[in-house]
Design a protein around this ligand. Sequence first.
Ligand SMILES: CC(C)(COP(=O)(O)OP(=O)(O)OC[C@H]1O[C@@H](n2cnc3c(N)ncnc32)[C@H](O)[C@@H]1OP(=O)(O)O)[C@@H](O)C(=O)NCCC(=O)NCCS
Length: 220
Amino acid sequence: MSRSSLMAASESTASTRVRAGGAMVRQAKLQDAVNIFELVNSLSGDGTLLRRSYADICENVRDFAVAESESGIFLGCGALHLYGPHLAEVRSIVVKPEAKGQGAGGRILRALLKEAEEQGVASVCMFTRIPDFFFHFGFRLADRTTLPDKIYKDCQACPRLYACDEVAMVRGPLPRIAVLGPTRIAQPELVKLQVGHIAHAVEDAFEGDGAIAPKGPAER
Ligand SMILES: CC(C)(COP(=O)(O)OP(=O)(O)OC[C@H]1O[C@@H](n2cnc3c(N)ncnc32)[C@H](O)[C@@H]1OP(=O)(O)O)[C@@H](O)C(=O)NCCC(=O)NCCS
């Protein structure tokens, strides 16, 4: 996430951080991963947010924006996952309970949308239980089957697949392509064996222990 996108999300300051209404939004750093992990997973038990492992958050920390108070206290976070130029997804957007209703969530979301714009992404999607919040930011309801990338990325493996209570939302045109498909088990790569060498090695291994050594191809 570029600094300029975050600066554009609100009024700029002389520092690298954006400041607005007491909350500042900046690109996440690896040091934020623990806070992100704890906050996101505090709301994963009831299905509000998708559970994310610490390793997953570290690996994708550059997707995240974080909001913090003037004194540097972590207030919340959100992530923009890029599928491709056709689609991005807002994920893991959350603010601490004590920071709700003060504009931090909106500022995080605006920063993520600005980032999508800078990346030239045509559409931004998300699945949520609180569409009213996202209506404020130009999202509209969508048929989830129009977002196969999201379905193949998360829904396939989700325990709530057949009991999902989220609605799909999109901002921008519906994507006309998808880059993900059903997960397939990779074909094991066949290795060409050098039969002669193996036969000799096996014979050497069996020699002297009374076992019958397998015959090499020339002896069969
Ligand atoms: C959703 C959430 C991130 C909003 O953060 P927030 O800091 O409280 O939101 P803001 O104060 O920036 O509100 C921005 C606007 O959205 C509105 N809004 C906030 N929460 C809303 C909600 N749950 N439903 C409808 N509108 C909401 C606000 O009234 C405000 O509108 P205004 O600009 O007209 O005043 C926060 O409530 C949260 O962490 N919820 C739990 C996690 C969650 O559900 N995340 C979404 C998963 S998809």
